[in-house]
Each structure stands twice: as structure tokens, then as C-alpha cells.
Design a protein around this ligand. Sequence first.
Ligand code: KIV
Length: 271
Amino acid sequence: MSVNKEIKRITTHTLAELKAKGEPISMLTSYDYSMAKIVDAAGCEVILVGDSASNVMAGHETTLPITLDQMIYHAQAVVRAAARALVVVDLPFGSYQGNSKEALNSAIRIMKESGAHAVKLEGGAEIQESIQRILTAGIPVMGHLGLTPQSIYKFGTYQVRAKEEQEAERLLSDAALLDACGCFAIVLEKIPAKLAAQVTASVKVPTIGIGAGQACNGQVLVVHDMLGITQDFSPRFLRRYANLGEVMHNAVAQYVADVKRHDFPNEKEQY
Ligand code: KIV
């Protein structure tokens, strides 16, 4: 194994230190080598190989269809690129809900076959046994509460979760449980900022928000959304840092035009 001595790898302990120092944690998704290389070199501490690959890479409407084998394929490419970032991989729908033995086997496959550093699971009390079993095997687990997209058919909509008191109470108790179990961080997706602040103040581990406000210890976005590669998704929480969709469209259109008018390749671009 070759080890790069100059670059210090981010670990789950680094994230705890960042929370203690009050320094926000940056996390973005990536699903392939080229994108992960850019995200890693730009200083993002955590790369999530999210099951949003199901939407972004494969064009599915939900995250449900992506398989464990497909997640491992994406994770392998990202791990090859990430010299510094902590690489976390989503356990896909159907690979951990059945029972804790299946959950452990899925997590072990991800760690062994991709070389990733941690896994993420959606849910609280209902998957406690699976989380504990995975942790017992020495695999770091990131939790995920609030709008958990694998449960979209239960929720019926992608609207903000836990606005009502009962669901907010449940979320607070799930966060306490994930914290006590030993998860190293908790993603809070699309919940009121006030509730995310309450969770963040009540747990020891870092919270990482997406549509969950400023008080979280870190932020995560889907990289294709923040770069403007995806064009048809504009929730309020999304800040677009570039309009790469337009840049790429124009570049491709220019290429097509150049080919059509015999401008590409020119004399210098041939042998
Ligand atoms: O799959 C994903 O991209 C995620 C983030 C939105 C947190 O789970």
C-alpha cells in the first residue's frame, strides 16, 4: 500500500476535533474518480458516496433502486481519488433494513471491497440493532435523520420533516440514541433550523446539515446540485456556486458546430 506522507487523512476523530474547536465541517457527495479528485483537492473534509447516485448518476426518480454492488463500484472510484477526505458510503435501501446480520454483511462488503472509511445509514431506533452490530465490527457509522429519502414512499413528499411536535420529539430521541450508540456524526436533512440547533446542542457528535440551518456543525450538499450540473432541482436550501450545466451545454454545442463546419480537428490537431 502506498502512503502519501505529506497529506494527513481526515478521520472521524478530526471531525470531533473540528466540532470541539467550533470549526464547521464541509461535506459534499461524489460518485466518480474525476469529481472526487476535485472535491478532495479543494479541501472538503468528508466525501459522501451518497445513494443520491441513484438520481444523479442513473436518472432514477428515487434513491431506492440503487444496489449494493453499484454503491461499491462508485465508492471504489471515489476512494482511488481521495487523498485526504474521509470517505463515507451510504448503505443502499434494502441492504440493512432486513436484519442486523444483513446490515453487518453489507457494511463489511463496502469496507472490504471499496476501501472506504465509514458507512451511513438512514433511521433511528428502528435500526438501532443494525447500527450497534456494525459498530461492534469496528466500522464507523454516520447516522441520518429528518428527511430520509429511502422512506420517501412513507413520507409521500420531499417537504420539511419534524415540523410537528411529535415528530420533533422522536427526532430528538433518535439523535440521542445515535449519539449514545457511538455514531461519529449525524446528518440532519430538511428539518427546521431551530430543531437542528436543539439537536446540535444536545449531542456530543457533530451534526451535518442539509436544509437544516446554520447551527449544525457542518454542511453537506449534492455536488452536482451546488455546481449547477443538475438544473431541475432548486430547493430553498440549495446555493448554486456555479452554472456548470450551462457551461457544459455551451461547450458541447460549440464542439458539435465545429465538427459540422469542418473546423475540428484543424491542422495542428492532427498527425
Ligand atoms: O445520498 C445523499 O446524497 C445524501 C445526502 C443528501 C446527505 O444522503
